[in-house]
Design a protein. Structure first.
Lengths: 257, 488
């Protein structure tokens, strides 16, 4: 195959729409959602937040994921509403606090994991560098970003051996000895983590990770007009939600059982 | 030209020098094999070459290390990035990016190359090393062999003058190893200087120019290719070296008698499996295993060896067929209770806070006596109080085997037990398996290590592309056909 053809393959782009925004823009929106989600009390505005950002994600390779998270959101909201009928002292309070926390977390998780999936590592490194963050911050961040998908694979491996060894292999053992189960999972996970991050760092170092040159990603990374418009709209929308939350609309109860 | 001049190194945390007075000169374009027992210092030697010593692994240095008239000791590893390229042992832990194209670009981006040049360079790497089919893929979807090729490509894009390979074949099957040798051959042809650290060096026998045997941190001997390949077996073994011609072992195979005919019988009938929405991994797999059999499971990467192992050990449920033990049909749960799996990566398998506790973990009855005898048998008694994570790789492996013995499993599975092992450790694992077999355990071994298979197995099960399976009692003839398949 000719090099020109190979270059075309290299420049081929599986991502589209909002997934191609500058990572800085995505992170900015995530941070804003993080703040606002906890301040919104009204059920209508919270749902609006979920729906609008779900649509935003759906425009960038995240359609299925957005639907999944919105459905989860509605189910959790209904379960929360059901809690009203459970009248156990203390436990009810704990449960409802827990339920509300989970509900507030869902939009953040939705956005966060979408960013994780639709951001190329080199785009992220360039974006972080352009933000003038020092390497002491960017390198650990990138290693972490890279390690998250690996965690799942490692976790599965460990569960397999636990099953064969006969430790925490049944639901009952997991429930009756939760601490032991966590310990059995955490220890090998930490050991692997230490080893992998060490090897990863060595491999990165020999390929010049520590050089402080200006980096260029495989595609241009710019905080240009689209990013500015999206950021402004996103922030205005969130500010609007905060305002509407103070009005009558904030008091409407959606989730009734 | 690279020369080590009376070079010594001591790691900061250690009392003794790991390298002691190395004198070694390598010309540009030479293909060098560094070999020797585990812990002899060969990894330390290449760490000094790529600058990880002393900047990443600090310690005390004496002597000098000079490349083309400049001392390497004054250079940082990042400064060496465009000059010395390293491919590490474990392909899983040397990827910074989550997709292949960006992994190839990683080094160039670190060097601050402009976009067009980076693309130019990775296109060249993809063309020269035939990596086009792997472009734009998630690295989690690649096999070990494919990952290793991408790792080489990523170094190639930086166009270094010197290549270092640290046990590159440890995680590869025969086909992937052959491909690795092809790539190395091409690099040699293009005039690069190449250093390879390797125990299983048979695939390099036509490429090497000189071999340095490292012992206790010193260059014990230096060979030319001819001298090295013609080493008499006794001398080779006394140095703890693997064979350069594993296929020759086929002739020396002694058939072993079945000691326990009729004691236990594990029968597998018409096993079939496919992942959701995927094609069949295999179908119609049938074979039998008797107590004392040591069965090698062979097949290239992706032929379904791991899946077969998962079904046999009860981690997965088969879609068709059945597995029975002494005539009794087994559910996955019963299979889990019967079996024990010794994984390639022992880190996943050690849970407890001491070796002693590790062996008795998950066992309900009192087993103190058994733990004691097992610890003795595996030469682990002196480490009984130690944390398993603080042991060496070989010792960790013995601890997991110990846990299998204490669990009293009638069937024990080994996944690549000899990857990255020197001759002595390989023989030790082989002997351990023989002991297990002599006590009536059924042993399954997934392995690519021909030398080890010939030494250890009594039978082989072969998985091929169509997922069909054949099982044969091993004989010199079968080994001969196998060796032709692998080595020609």
């Amino acid at each position: 195959m000719e090099e020109a053809q190979i270059k075309q393959i290299i420049e081929r782009q599986p991502l589209h729409g909002s997934a191609l925004l500058d990572p800085r823009c995505k992170i900015l929106l995530l941070v804003c959602i993080g703040f606002v989600s906890y301040f919104l009390a009204g059920e209508v505005v919270s749902l609006a937040l979920m729906l609008v950002y779900g649509a935003f994600i759906a425009l960038g390779n995240g359609g299925k994921w957005a639907v999944k998270m919105i459905v989860t959101y509605i189910i959790v909201a209904y379960l929360n509403a059901l809690l009203r009928y459970v009248q156990v002292p203390v436990l009810s309070v704990i449960m409802s606090v827990f339920g509300v926390t989970v509900l507030k977390l869902i939009p953040i998780v939705m956005m966060g994991l979408w960013i994780l999936r639709t951001t190329y590592m080199d785009d992220l490194m360039v974006a972080l560098q352009r933000m003038r963050l020092p390497q002491a911050v960017t390198i650990p961040l990138v290693v972490m970003f890279r390690y998250i998908p690996t965690l799942r694979i490692e976790y599965r491996q460990i569960r397999c051996t636990m099953d064969i060894r006969g430790i925490s292999d049944t639901f009952w053992k997991r429930v009756s000895h939760p601490l032991a189960t966590i310990e059995y999972i955490l220890i090998p996970l930490l050991m692997r983590c230490l080893k992998v991050t060490d090897e990863l760092a060595a491999s990165g170092t020999t390929r010049g990770l520590e050089l402080e040159c200006k980096r260029y990603a495989l595609r241009p990374i710019r905080f240009a007009w689209p990013e500015i418009v999206v950021s402004l709209l996103g922030i205005l929308f969130l500010a609007g939600l905060l305002l509407i939350d103070q009005t009558k609309i904030g008091e409407i109860i959606l989730w009734r059982v | 030209m690279i020369s080590f001049q009376n070079f010594s190194f001591r790691y900061e945390e250690s009392q003794d020098y790991t390298l002691r007075g190395i004198d070694m000169t390598v010309e540009t374009g030479e293909f060098i094999l560094l070999t020797g027992r585990s812990g002899c210092g060969k990894t330390t030697l290449i760490r000094s070459l790529n600058g990880l010593i002393p900047h990443f692994y600090p310690g005390e240095i004496q002597g000098d290390l000079v490349m083309d008239g400049h001392s390497l000791l004054e250079m940082k590893p990042s400064g060496l990035a465009g000059q010395v390229g390293t491919v590490f042992q474990d392909p899983r832990s040397q990827f910074f990016m989550t997709d292949t194209t960006r992994e190839l670009a990683f080094g160039c981006e670190n060097m601050g190359l402009p976009r067009e040049e980076t693309i130019e360079r990775i296109a060249k790497a993809a063309k020269d090393l035939e990596l086009v089919d792997y472009l734009n893929r998630s690295i989690f979807a690649l096999s070990s062999g494919e990952k290793q090729q991408i790792a080489i490509g990523s170094v190639y894009a930086l166009s270094p003058k010197v290549y270092i390979f640290d046990e590159p074949s440890a995680n590869l099957d025969y086909a992937a190893t052959k491909r690795l040798a092809e790539i190395m051959g091409k690099l040699k042809q293009d005039g690069y200087t190449i250093f390879v650290v390797e125990h299983r060096f048979y695939y390099l026998r036509d490429l090497i120019d000189r071999v340095f045997l490292i012992q206790d941190g010193k260059v014990e001997r230096e060979f030319t290719r001819e001298q090295f390949c013609a080493l008499p077996e006794k001398t080779r073994i006394s140095y703890g070296l693997r064979t350069a011609y594993p296929e020759r072992d086929a002739k020396n195979y002694h058939e072993k008698e079945r000691l326990f005919d009729g004691k236990h019988l594990l029968a597998v009938q018409n096993l079939a499996f496919s992942y959701k929405k995927g094609p069949d991994v295999f179908q119609n797999v049938s074979f039998e295993a008797h107590a004392g059999d040591v069965i090698g499971i062979l097949g290239h990467n992706g032929a379904g060896k791991t899946t077969l192992l998962s079904i046999l050990t009860g981690l997965l449920k088969q879609q068709q067929g059945e597995i029975s033990f002494d005539g009794k049909k087994l559910t996955p749960r019963q299979r889990r209770a019967l079996s024990y799996l010794v994984m390639q990566d022992t880190d996943y398998q050690l849970f407890a806070s001491s070796v002693e506790e590790e062996l008795s973990l998950g066992i309900k009855d009192d087993c103190k006596e058994k733990v004691d005898t097992t610890l003795d048998a595996l030469e682990l008694s002196e480490y009984r109080e130690r944390h398993p994570a603080s042991l060496s790789g070989g010792q960790k492996q013995r601890v997991t085997i110990g846990a299998a013995i204490v669990k009293d499993s009638p069937v024990i599975y080994f996944d690549e037990p000899t990857s990255g092992l020197d001759y002595d450790s390989m023989v030790r694992v082989s002997n351990l398996i023989e002991q297990l077999s002599n006590s009536g355990v059924i042993v399954f071994v997934v392995s690519h290590d021909f030398e080890f298979i010939v030494r250890t197995c009594t039978e082989v099960v072969q998985l091929d592309d169509h997922g069909a399976i054949q099982n044969h009692r091993l004989s010199p003839e079968i080994l001969k056909t196998l060796s032709e398949k692998y080595f020609n």
